[in-house]
Design a protein around this ligand. Structure first.
Ligand code: ATP
Length: 345
């Protein structure tokens, strides 16, 4: 009992919106079967935050993450156009979660076998700083729309160092810096310049090259195996990480981790998928794999390996898959199957 207590790790759990509560419930059930160390403090955010507490990012949620420095977060709905600012973006800003890691790996052999890629996204700057406004002309108050992107040398250097350190730690050989320095010469030129400076410190250990974002998008379809790690500015990272998810079976297969200097929040790459919310058919693998990254983060890689092995066996040996993977299983049936595999491992 005492040794069990010693290994408990408090963490904030944000079920989120749309399919969030369904995939988070499946994840908690599976982590329980695994004997994970996490003790959950359940908090709300997004539309659920507004419903429960009248705030898309309630103070209680912030206080919990501040205390635990560790969270698993379901997707949070961001209203398109009008409405409150993204709670995802605000959480990243509040805890200065500058490094977003989005690994993808083929689990179900298919069109793209043996894909094994890690995308590192700068998480705080670029066009996400929300310097946007309209300029009225005549009687049209929205005649002109203006957005300003901001990249600082410090932030670019920090994300490049983060990516290279990740490469060294995880034995990755090559980093490709993604930019648009032919057009956004200043905004993404600085990103490329800073990355080149950092790369010099890692010469002989990690190789670096660079690619323009549009060419990168095409090359990812033609030959994704040429890449090992991608490091991207905020918006390009957002777009390309969905593309990476598409290489390995879709948004249901891609986990993400947001790292700051002392806080980390783990999440699925996908959004709240309102079209399938409440139907019990969502694929929980993305957030489940994110919980695996969370186990790695707290030094429980043995449990993370068991989790990933169980997922692989359920998908490929048991052939139990949710609808997005051309199967028929519900979220619950998939989760039960993973639990069975874990219990027999
Ligand atoms: P956001 O703006 O928050 O990124 P979105 O609406 O652009 O959200 P998603 O919510 O990620 O994007 O959904 C895009 C599509 O992928 C939807 O059709 C959704 O049903 C599907 N999808 C996303 N996640 C899953 C999942 N876990 N399981 C099954 N289908 C999913």
């Amino acid at each position: 009992m005492e040794s069990q207590m010693r290994h408990q790790i408090p963490a904030t759990l944000i079920p989120g919106d749309g399919i969030g509560p369904e995939v988070v419930a499946a994840t908690v059930q599976i982590l329980d079967a695994l004997g994970s160390p996490f003790i959950w403090d359940v908090q709300q955010a997004g539309v659920a935050g507004v419903t429960h507490c009248g705030d898309p990012l309630p103070e209680a949620t912030l206080a919990s993450v501040r205390k635990n420095k560790l969270a698993l977060k379901g997707p949070l709905t961001t209203p398109i156009g009008e409405g409150f600012r993204s709670s995802n973006v605000r959480l990243r800003e509040e805890f200065q979660l500058f490094g977003n890691v989005r690994p993808v790996r083929t689990i179900i052999p298919g069109r793209y076998d043996k894909v094994d890629l890690v995308l590192v996204r700068e998480n705080l700057g670029g066009f996400y700083v929300a310097h946007e406004y309209y300029v009225p002309v005549g009687d049209d108050p929205r005649a002109v729309a203006v957005a300003t992107g901001v990249n600082t040398r410090d932030a670019c250097t920090r994300i490049a160092k983060f990516a290279f350190e990740y490469a060294v730690k995880h034995e990755r050989k090559k980093i490709t810096v993604v930019h648009k320095a032919n057009i956004l010469k200043v905004l993404t030129g600085l990103f490329l310049e800073a990355a080149r400076d950092v790369a010099r410190e890692y010469e002989g250990r990690v190789e670096m090259n660079d690619v323009i974002v549009d060419a990168c998008a095409m090359q990812l379809v033609m030959n994704p195996w040429q890449f090992d790690m991608l490091v991207c500015t905020n918006l390009f990272g957002d777009i390309l990480s969905d593309q990476l998810a598409g290489l390995v079976g879709g948004l249901g297969m891609a986990p993400g981790a947001n790292h700051g200097t002392d806080t980390a929040i783990f999440e699925a790459v996908h959004g709240s998928a309102p079209d399938i919310a409440g139907k019990g058919v969502a694929n929980p693998i993305s957030i489940l794999l994110a919980s695996g990254l969370m186990l790695d983060h707290v030094g429980k890689s043995d449990l993370a390996v068991r989790l990933r092995t169980a997922i692989t066996e359920v998908l490929n040996t048991d052939q139990i898959r949710t609808r997005d993977l051309k199967g028929t299983a519900s979220t619950r049936e998939f989760a039960d199957a993973v639990v069975r595999r874990i219990e027999n491992s």
